[in-house]
Every structure is written in C-alpha cells, then in structure tokens.
Write a protein that binds this ligand. Sequence first.
Ligand code: MG
Length: 275
Amino acid sequence: MNSFAKTYRFSRVFAPISTVLLASAATFAWVDEWKSGIEWPTPPIVDAGSQGGAPADAIVLFDGTNLSEFEGGDQWEIKDGYAVARNNGIRSKQSFGDCQLHLEFATPEKVEGQGQGRGNSGVYLMGRYELQILDSYENETYVDGQCGSIYKQQPPMVNASRKPGEWQSYDIIFTAPRFDEGGGLAKPAYVTVLHNGVVIHNHYELQGSTSYIEAPKYTRHAEKEPFSLQFHGNRVRFRNIWVRENIHPLVGKQPDDATPGEATPTDMTDEPNNE
Ligand code: MG
C-alpha cells in the first residue's frame, strides 16, 4: 500500500471518529447551569392513602360511621357506610379557611322532580359560598345553578355529572377571602374544583356570598368558618368527607449574596440530569 492509500484509509477510519469525539466534547463542555440559590425545606411526606381513603394528614370528618363532626348530623340517616340527607342541613364543628375539601355524593337513583328540585344539595364553603350539588344528568335548569356551579355566579366549565344514584366526587381547593381591619375586602376568595376528576373551576374568583334572593356580596367574617351541607328536600347521599389544611407553598430561604436569576457555574458531571 502506498503512502497515499494509507493516508486515505486513515482519514476514512478516523475522521468520522474524531468528528464524533469533537461533537461529544461540545456536548459535555463546561456550561453555566442556572440555580436559584434558594434553600428549600424538604417537602413533608404524606401517605396519599388507598383508593377511596383519605391522605394521612387529612382531617377525616366522615368515614361512614357517624356524623359526630357535624352540628345536626344526628338528624341524617347513616346506612351502609354513607349518610343520607334529611330534616336539616349539617354544619362542620370545626372551622376552616384555606383548605382542600374532598367529599363524595350521590343524588337519588329514583328520579323525581325536575330542575332545581332534583337531587339538590350543596357545599357551603365557610357557610356562605355554595358549590351546587344537583342531579344534572339530563336535567335542565339555569346553568349557573346546575351541578358544579358556584351558585348564581359561575357555571361549571363542563358538565361532568354521572347518572342518578352513581357516586360522584368533589375535590375543592379553596382560598378564603381576606378582609382589612375596616371590614373591607382585601383579597377575594378563590376556588378550584374537580368534579369526578374533571376540572370545572380553575382558580375562580368568587364575587361574594351566594344567595337565592340577592346579588353576590362580601361581608366580613372570620378567617376560618364551618362549612355546611345543604338539605334541600332531596335524599342526597354522602360519604368519605375529609379536609386538608396544608395547602400553602413551601417557603425557601433566599440566598444572602445572590439575587434570584443569577447564573451559577456548575460542573454538569455533578448532576447529569439537567431536565
Ligand atoms: Mg343547592
């Protein structure tokens, strides 16, 4: 083999390899990874519980045995692990402000009445902001009064209702309103709601209390208030009611000598996963 052929073969073999090596070197070159510098506390571990159960840090208000956590709960029927509304509304003995509230409900399987008269109940957050419960499966009514509405303020984005008699769920993330010292509204209430796992309100700003006879309005009240479940003449069933109060973001310690957004040079080999 002459020298030209040797050189040709060498370049044929090694040129692609060197290209790959160069490309790799470019990929793993020293770069400046951005880090906030905030010292975050470690998020607490919460056992999410089994399917249909409550998370470990939840305040369980009804596990199917009794309604002793509710004023007026002795008036409702307890049967086969659920409660049936009758006689009067019930009100939680504990008060809540910002919270996550989970409950399951079922409107009567036997369809009677129509519109607002069919499977009517409701969750009154802080005793005054109603998330409507209604049999809205093929049952027409005014849309800001159908199941999932913030009563007479905001219809649900979609109608995720199940058939009469089937169990349904509400997962409510509620931010209580704040009032200033003079009693004026400092910050409105917000609510996010999932109905049967489907989002129907996304950080909705409440306009005030919900009422059948008057427009929404805010009236100063305590930071925490009981919530109530409505009895509207229909035997709506409930089960698995729990509340979590730890719904606030973690707060990290800001770095003393670096402003957020400042890039910090870091060797990528320390933490190769930079997703
Ligand atoms: Mg109602």
